[in-house]
Design a protein. Structure first.
Length: 137
């Protein structure tokens, strides 16, 4: 692949990512990263902040900032682990559970969030390609 082809592909990927992320946020009312955090905490209630950080793959200061915002909005609670004071345990609030349920009911059909006509098979193929790229870099 030529350098200009690669740069064009990377530019298009960035542009598409931006548009899809904006659309997701506009439709759901959640920033994508914060939605991922809430979903992870929902599935792993009582998890520690480091587990979330590793799952989301962002640095420590960024996860702290996101969790601070989510805590201020009443979505999560953070407490020091009684057995290990260096760990911060994160739990989902009842308010967050309710808001996530509303979001899922309202947007159960992904076509209203994803503004393109793409099949489940096509999404799976794209995920496979992304997995290959991610493993190679």
């Amino acid at each position: 692949m030529k350098v200009n082809e690669l740069s064009n592909m990377l530019h298009r990927l960035r542009s598409i990512e931006y548009k899809l992320t904006q659309n997701f946020e506009d439709k759901t009312g959640f920033r994508l990263t914060r939605y991922q955090i809430l979903s992870f905490v929902k599935e792993n209630d009582g998890c520690n902040q480091e587990e979330i950080r590793k799952f989301i793959q962002i640095d420590r200061s960024a996860i702290t900032r996101h969790l601070k915002v989510l805590e201020e909005k009443g979505y999560v609670t953070r407490e020091r682990n009684k057995d290990n004071a260096r760990e911060v345990v994160v739990s989902l609030s009842d308010f967050a559970k309710s808001e996530l349920k509303k979001c899922h009911r309202k947007h159960n059909d992904n076509s209203c969030i994803l503004p393109i006509n793409i099949s489940g098979d096509q999404i799976n193929k794209l995920i496979e390609l992304l997995d290959i790229i991610e493993k190679e870099i």
